[in-house]
Ligand binder design. Structure first.
Ligand code: UDP
Ligand code: MN
Length: 258
């Protein structure tokens, strides 16, 4: 049987959330043997996400954990100030290690773990590339780090360095969207997780450092020469007219879910 791809997605309530999750879920519907682990950044599971998942047609697990207040980005903060989705990704890892083990039986360790933010763009091919991951597989990410792409550079089938415009001396100078880890490795290293206090740009490294060396990385996507995932970011919708209409008592119906 195909190894399952476990996709961990942190998500939080905002105007574009349903649009992002709709796009993502409809991509995932085209991927065989995918299990979506959606982790809400909230004190409770919300009806919007619960309903969307129920109707999605996907195999999923719905979790939630609120980001601690001192870790959370405040309105107006520059977005590089604090890493986002950290406790949510760690909650997804906890579920895989503790709860799923009980559900699936400890012997079933076939699988791959991928961290998919809700606003990125994923080709179907990237899931087939990662499915054969033995330890940690890697590939390019488009439109990230102020570059057209960042990627591991491969020579003789091995990653020898990284094409990145920024802090190339980080242990693993890669975006979250550019690697996947085998479930076996995740289970064999129960303490590996994301460190929310890691310096800027070191979040991916904080997780990967305990798991793998550069030499062991498995290049995918034609020796890292194809871009199959894009670090797209969605513009925040302007609500100027909405607010003006609201002031006149003519605002949009709050009961209508957007
Ligand atoms: N996220 C979250 N809580 C937040 C902000 C972001 O759970 O307060 C999630 C978001 O939905 C996304 C991931 O964390 O799946 C990364 O956030 P974002 O896309 O804003 O980061 P960037 O694109 O700047 O790397
Ligand atoms: Mn993003």
């Amino acid at each position: 049987p195909l190894p399952t791809v476990f996709v961990i997605t942190p998500t939080y309530a905002r105007l574009v959330q349903k649009a992002e999750l709709t796009r993502l879920s409809q991509t995932f519907l085209h991927v065989p043997q995918l299990h979506w682990i959606v982790v809400e950044d909230s004190p409770q599971k919300t009806p919007l996400v619960s309903d969307l998942l129920k109707k999605s047609g996907l195999i999923y697990t719905h979790l939630h954990v609120p980001t601690a207040k001192d870790q959370k980005l405040q309105e107006g903060d520059p977005n590089w100030l604090k890493p986002r989705g950290v406790q949510q990704r760690n909650e997804g890892l906890r579920w895989l290690r503790e709860d799923r083990r009980v559900e699936a039986g400890a012997d079933n360790q076939q699988g791959v773990v991928y961290f998919a933010d809700d606003d990125n763009t994923y080709s179907l091919q990237v899931f087939e590339e990662m499915r054969s991951t033995q330890r940690v597989s890697v590939w390019p990410v488009g439109l990230v780090g102020g570059m057209k792409y960042e990627r591991p550079v491969v020579e003789g089938g091995k990653v020898v360095r990284f094409h990145t415009g920024w802090r190339p001396n980080r242990p693993f100078p890669m975006d979250m969207a550019g690697f996947a880890v085998s479930l076996k490795l995740v289970l064999a290293n129960p303490d590996a997780c994301f460190d929310g206090n890691a310096p800027m740009g070191f979040l991916e490294s904080s997780f990967l450092q305990g798991l793998v060396t550069i030499d062991e990385l498995e290049p995918k996507a034609d020796n890292c020469t194809k871009v199959l995932v894009w670090h797209t970011r969605t513009e925040k919708p302007k609500m100027k007219r909405e607010e003006a209409m609201q002031a006149q008592g003519l605002g949009s119906d709050p009961a209508l879910e957007v």
